[in-house]
Design a protein around this ligand. Structure first.
Ligand SMILES: Cc1cc2nc3c(=O)[nH]c(=O)nc-3n(C[C@H](O)[C@H](O)[C@H](O)COP(=O)(O)OP(=O)(O)OC[C@H]3O[C@@H](n4cnc5c(N)ncnc54)[C@H](O)[C@@H]3O)c2cc1C
Length: 322
């Protein structure tokens, strides 16, 4: 029989860990199920320059380690489980995966995963064969080589800039003629001679020799011309998809799978006791500080809901505001 928890936080990224800090400080001893990426997306980036409080920037891994230790200090507990299914029984929320967990209140903060390109060669050469979604993790394997980064947002530009530490040259392949990334990153990128933008181009295939990536096959969207660009590695940064498959039809999502909150309270859902936070419910901002903020909101909402649901009298002010 699974153990009954008062509150479970699903996800160990910025949103989940911030929720855990608030819940733990309120004395609720939350259990955080971290899934297969403890620390979340930020662990894949080298430096975070826009998280408030770090004027010189901070490493993505270090920032997440600090959040985790802060939650632990106040009594948050952690498990590496991932939920594969969510159901409700007698008002309790049941999470099934390799293990089974039952709780009264649940905060879903499962973030997002990289979006695949969906082209030939992508599956074949993913992982140790030349295709990566993390320059911080895999950039050093391409020392002195030419690589390609695919995408045009902040993530793609950050990946390209980070790769300049190792690679001889970096093609930044984008299907438009301008980048969506923030101005400061674009300026930095365009001033870096190692990075060669390849505009208006669509990757049609990732080509290899059976063992490793050797090139990308492109089509120019303006001229229709096809070309092959030799490179030893490909870094994909073409967007993210929310990790919400496991909720099935239990919680409302938009057409792309982002969880939908209530109109008057975006961290609450139609199911009493289920709250949502971070990138899994945010198709617009997708920033660490925004995820952390919504994690705090979800925790405060969950704490207030639990105070009523557990019959501990009228809703008390949140401990953070005392
Ligand atoms: C390369 C890169 C660079 C970035 N740089 C910046 C930056 O400089 N500044 C900035 O503000 N933002 C940046 N971002 C965006 C930022 O990382 C995200 O907005 C933020 O991490 C979102 O936090 P989150 O907690 O919602 O989700 P995530 O960080 O995605 O964390 C999700 C968590 O949920 C877990 N999980 C997933 N599915 C399950 C499941 N079924 N069961 C249990 N657990 C599950 C995962 O293991 C993970 O722990 C960057 C993102 C990337 C990819």
């Amino acid at each position: 029989m699974e153990k009954q928890e008062d509150v479970i936080v699903l996800g160990g990224g910025c949103a989940g860990l911030t929720a855990a800090i608030y819940l733990a400080r309120a004395g609720l001893s939350p259990l955080v199920l971290e899934g297969d990426q403890p620390g979340g997306q930020l662990t894949t980036t080298d430096t975070v320059e826009n998280f408030p409080g770090f004027p010189d920037g901070i490493g993505g891994y270090e920032l997440m380690d600090r959040l985790r230790r802060q939650a632990e200090r106040f009594g948050a507990r952690f498990a590496g489980d991932a939920a594969e299914e969510l159901s409700i029984a007698d008002g309790d929320k049941i999470l099934r995966g390799a293990g089974c967990f039952r709780c009264r209140a649940l905060i879903v903060a499962t973030g997002s995963s990289h979006r695949p390109l969906g082209v030939p060669g992508e599956r074949e050469y993913f992982g140790g064969k030349g295709i990566s979604v993390c320059a911080t993790c895999d950039g050093a394997f391409h020392r002195g080589k030419t690589v390609a980064v695919v995408g045009g947002g902040d993530g793609a530009v950050e990946e390209a800039l980070f790769l300049t530490r190792f690679c001889k040259s970096i093609y930044l392949i984008h299907r438009r003629g301008t980048l969506r990334a923030s101005r400061i990153l674009v300026d930095r990128l365009l001033a870096t001679p190692q990075v060669i933008p390849v505009w208006h181009s669509l990757v049609e295939e990732i080509v290899g020799d059976g063992k490793r990536v050797t090139a990308v096959a492109l089509r120019n969207l303006e001229s229709g011309e096809r070309s092959v660009l030799p490179c030893g590695g490909v870094f994909l940064a073409v967007g993210r998809i929310p990790n919400t498959d496991f909720v099935g039809k239990l919680l409302p999502c938009d057409g792309d799978g982002y969880l939908l909150g209530l109109p008057d309270n975006p961290v609450a859902t139609a199911i009493p006791g289920i709250f949502i936070a971070g990138d899994c419910a945010d198709r617009t901002y997708r920033q660490a500080v925004v995820a952390a903020g919504s994690g705090a909101q979800a925790a405060i909402a969950a704490e207030r809901w639990l105070a009523t649901a557990l019959g501990s009298g009228p809703v008390k002010p949140h401990s953070a505001s005392i």
